[in-house]
Ligand binder design. Structure first.
Ligand SMILES: *Cc1c(COP(=O)(O)O)cnc(C)c1O
Length: 426
């Protein structure tokens, strides 16, 4: 069966034929490709065609698909224990690795996804402060929990509206939304209702609406403001944690959050999330404290052991420095190739092993409303030309691309050849 036949069947079996929305190709058009094998930097579709993969499952695979060192640990796990629902040593080893690597992580609790991690961090913040309101920023994604599937409303600054059907209005009213890159908006909101705000939650490197790099002085200012009013600070590092470095974007900025959430890379390709931070806050969580949170499959041995093997390899093999250099050179070369042919100029944004291609702008793009008009359509054309040439990018212009440690020079050279021929065909 080819991808078209499989997708036709899938449409009858699952909403939109998929189990997570972006996979449906709604943003770029056309039929999703069905893959049934992955190896290193490559995906293979059901007809056997290979693609060099710059999506990497949307971020978890910093070492690429089925890295041999991680695979060895996974095979051992198959022969040892799958899930115990009891105490075991592997979650302790991963917890201690993170605690040793990240100074503001004094305690950590493992869950099964990034969404679950953020949801639990909000619960801790509300319990610890006795306050109800959560502040988030337009252009940051924190998973699909009800409280944060909320966007900016049309009225007063900070006012909100639900970003999905089915969200209770009481939840929407307790979530405040502000634009990024605007100190005055944060000052004004805290002056007005700072005594009700439990938590300021932010992606300090927003990477779920393109790559909206923030000014460090802005981030420092909003963190200081939140603290002045007694609110806690959550850095949602589900995408940046262990991707930009072992200490995440907080480490690069030199800003210590009160709470931090992880996911993606932390499980080495298996479903793992975590929330972590100050000891007094984490000790609010059951059974140490009154905040209930539990999970049947939490800290499952596959995720714990694959995650630890991944992080150890990142540390010992200098993965972050290597990937930063390769991604910088790769993404700027792709922009150069595009600019030989297109009628307008493209620009590559890059931070560590994340990159985002968009139209060149005169001023930096730090907010959603600054993304050039027509980006989605231009990206869709580019995406399909590359797909045909055997390059798989995320099927949405608002998702970033990733390099993995498996993208070595030979793979990158082959990718650039494929991209050059795709651009020539545009
Ligand atoms: C991916 C992501 C999430 C959600 O994680 P899931 O595992 O998909 O639930 C939350 N926050 C950020 C910053 C993310 O990138």
């Amino acid at each position: 069966m080819n991808s078209q036949e499989l997708f036709d069947r899938s449409l009858k079996a699952a909403p939109g034929g998929v189990h997570s929305p972006v996979r449906g190709f709604g943003s770029v058009g056309g039929t999703p490709v069905f893959f049934n094998r992955a190896d290193g930097a490559r995906l293979f579709d059901v007809s056997g065609k290979d693609y060099i993969d710059f999506c990497q499952s949307f971020g978890p695979l910093i070492l690429g698909h089925r890295d041999p060192d991680v695979a060895a640990v996974v095979r051992e796990t198959v022969e040892t224990a799958w899930t115990l629902g009891a105490c075991e040593p592997w979650s302790l080893e991963l917890a201690e690795f993170v605690i040793n690597a990240v100074p503001w992580v004094e305690k950590i609790r493992f869950v099964n996804s990034g969404t679950e991690a953020v949801m639990s961090a909000l619960r801790v913040a509300r319990a610890a402060t006795g306050r109800q309101k959560i502040l988030k920023f337009d252009g940051c994604y924190h998973g699909h929990l009800d409280s944060l599937l909320v966007k900016a409303g049309s009225g007063l600054a900070g006012e909100s509206a639900s970003d999905s059907a089915g969200i209770g209005s009481d939840l929407v009213n307790n979530t405040l939304v502000l634009p990024l890159d605007d100190e005055a908006a944060v000052d004004e909101l805290f002056a007005r209702e700072g005594d009700q705000i439990a938590l300021l939650a932010i992606e300090a490197l927003p990477a779920n609406y393109g790559l909206l790099m923030q000014r460090p002085e802005y981030l420092q200012h909003i963190v200081n403001t939140a603290r002045k009013y007694g609110a806690l600070v959550l850095f949602d590092e589900v995408i940046t944690g262990f991707r930009v470095g072992l200490q995440g974007i907080a480490g690069d900025l030199g800003i210590a959050p009160d709470l931090v959430t992880y996911g993606k890379i932390l499980g080495g390709g298996f479903p793992v999330g975590a929330y972590a931070g100050r000891r007094d806050l984490m000790d609010q969580v059951a059974p140490a404290g009154p905040v209930y949170q539990a999970g049947t499959l939490s800290a499952n041995p596959f995720g714990m052991r694959a995650g630890l093997a991944t992080l150890q390899k990142c540390k010992t093999r200098n993965v972050y420095a290597v990937l930063d250099e390769r991604t910088s050179s790769f993404s700027s070369t792709v922009a150069d190739l595009l600019n030989q042919k297109s009628d307008h100029q493209w620009e590559a944004l890059q931070y560590a092993s994340l990159f985002w291609l968009r139209s060149k702008t005169d001023a930096p793009v730090r907010r959603v409303d600054q993304i050039p008009a027509g980006h989605k359509e231009r990206y869709a054309r580019f995406f399909h030309a590359l797909l045909a040439a055997g390059i798989y990018l995320a099927p949405s212009g608002y998702e970033v691309g990733f390099l993995s440690f498996a993208h070595d020079q030979a793979v990158i050279d082959q990718a650039l050849d494929r991209i050059a021929s795709a651009v020539a065909s545009l």
